[in-house]
Design a protein around this ligand. Structure first.
Ligand code: NAI
Ligand code: MG
Length: 352
């Protein structure tokens, strides 16, 4: 029996609603296979913060090191600053475990109408740099409360960091159309972005079968809504990749479907799988959150753990459910979170 130990961090808000549903769906997906998932649920998040003054215990990273993957719902609560939730949990996990790739596939489904006119077919993979760039702790505030108050925030781009994210994106592109778009802003950000462009071009020049197009982020945002079909794989810095992936996910119809994998490709540390969406306090507690983003993230986790066949079967099952219109209100349906999970489980069993 192939046993994988999974750290489960349901987190906050709708994370607490979509996580149990996704866990049940994954259990159904592995039925009949020689695989066992051993869940290690941790109560970390904003409730834990209110009791302990921190999002997770000091030995959390050590606790998770011994597990094979991390399955995360969402963190964030209106009463706790996003700086605490993000820098107290998500960012330390990504950095301590060197999860330098944030992989975000986005595609349209025939049952889900795009927010864009003409309902274009979208099938894009965004490869976002996940541990450096614009999201840095270097900087500070000065002269607070005076008219001279100032804030400084330093971006950090390293050759090593740009090379490795580009190499990963090149491999993704080689497995698809071979077309790679690099998101840049070298006309306005004149130190880091020209460096990004140079290193990306060097790495692509050493690779076979990949055609590189460097596009300014503003123009790329416009292109992503005007002609998303013209884009296949995007490599982007931490900030640009974050914004673009929400943009493209929104264009598909709902952010509630989109998954994301925080990968340590060398497998020296556990990788983390989560939906793109946050804790959605506006709908939390109503049982109507779309669980597909969490379920799809679970499929990516199974693929990473070496179970391509199970992952593909699960993707086919939730695709069928989406195409039949068995969906939550964000997609125009009337099913609850639990009902969508049950529909996916029923579909998995029907296909067995
Ligand atoms: P959000 O993604 O939580 O919500 C944005 C909008 O999309 C809301 O109207 C929400 O109702 C809707 N939505 C999101 N997921 C949905 C789902 N599964 N089904 C149906 N509708 C869904 O982003 P927002 O409101 O900017 O952030 C809320 C909190 O989440 C903040 O504290 C933020 O920092 C945090 N956050 C956490 C993330 C994470 O844990 N990785 C990522 C993004 C935000
Ligand atoms: Mg985001």
């Amino acid at each position: 029996m192939n046993t994988h130990v999974i750290t489960v961090l349901a987190g906050d808000g709708i994370g607490l609603e979509v996580m149990p549903v996704a866990m049940e769906v994954l259990e159904a997906a592995i039925e009949g296979h020689d695989v066992r998932l051993e869940w290690r649920e941790q109560p970390w998040g904003s409730d834990y913060y209110r009791q302990h003054g921190r999002m997770m215990p000091t030995d959390a990273i050590t606790t998770m090191t011994a597990t094979d993957a991390i399955f995360l719902g969402a963190v964030g609560h209106p009463d706790v600053s996003d700086v605490e939730t993000l820098w107290g949990m998500l960012i330390p996990i990504r950095r301590e475990f060197d999860q330098y790739v944030n992989l975000r596939p986005v595609r349209s489904f025939s049952g889900v109408r795009s927010s864009l006119a003409g309902d274009p077919e979208i099938d894009v993979v965004i490869v976002r740099e996940n541990v450096e760039g614009e999201y840095s702790a270097v900087g500070g505030r000065s002269y607070q409360g005076t008219p001279f108050e100032a804030a400084h925030q330093q971006s950090i781009f390293t050759r090593h960091g740009i090379e490795r994210i580009t190499r990963f994106a090149v491999e993704v592109a080689q497995g698809r159309s071979g077309r790679l778009v690099s998101a840049t802003k070298s006309n306005g950000i004149i130190h880091t972005m020209p460096f990004w462009d140079e290193v990306v071009a060097e790495v692509v020049a050493q690779s076979d079968g990949v055609q590189l197009e460097s596009v300014l982020i503003d123009a790329l945002a416009a292109r992503a809504v005007r002609s998303p079909q013209s884009i296949d794989v995007i490599v982007a810095s931490n900030l640009f990749g974050d914004i673009l992936s929400d943009l493209v996910a929104g264009a598909v119809g709902s952010i509630g479907i989109a998954p994301s994998a925080n990968l340590n490709p060398e497998r020296e540390h556990p990788s983390m799988f989560e939906p793109v969406h946050g804790s959605a306090p506006d709908i939390a507690g109503r049982g109507i959150a779309n669980p597909i983003g969490q379920i799809w993230a679970g499929a990516m986790m199974l693929r990473h753990l070496g179970h391509d066949d199970i992952a593909t079967g699960l993707e086919e099952a939730f695709t069928a459910v989406l195409e039949r219109g068995e969906v939550t209100p964000d997609l125009g349906g009337s099913l609850s979170t639990v009902e969508v999970g049950a529909a996916v489980i029923a579909e998995l069993r029907r296909r067995r």
